[in-house]
Design a protein. Structure first.
Length: 94
């Protein structure tokens, strides 16, 4: 999985067809997941229509994925804060 671009401008410019071609993926690829290097488990899923923030974490019953919102409604900074809060609340719930 590719790394998440470091700036808001770079994220705003991401388009699925261009990224599929840049990464050399099959044209039938439905989405690309970009992992954030600053927040553990945080990723941006680039689909045909939208960009969605997602958090993957380990729960006692297995791995879980939580949707944090859509970009640009949720900025990079907001997604990182939401991810941190979600991980903290999950840790205290155990």
């Amino acid at each position: 999985m590719p790394a998440l671009p470091s700036t808001d401008v770079a994220i705003r410019k991401l388009r699925l067809p261009a990224e599929i071609s840049r990464l050399g993926l099959p044209e039938t690829t439905p989405q690309i997941e970009y992992r954030d290097a600053k927040a553990a488990g945080l990723s941006l899923i680039l689909g045909k229509v939208s960009k969605t923030w997602s958090l993957m974490y380990a729960a006692p019953t297995g791995r879980r994925r939580v949707t944090l919102g859509q970009y640009p409604d949720v900025s990079v900074a907001d997604a990182r804060q939401k991810a941190e809060r979600a991980l903290c609340s999950e840790a205290t719930a155990e």
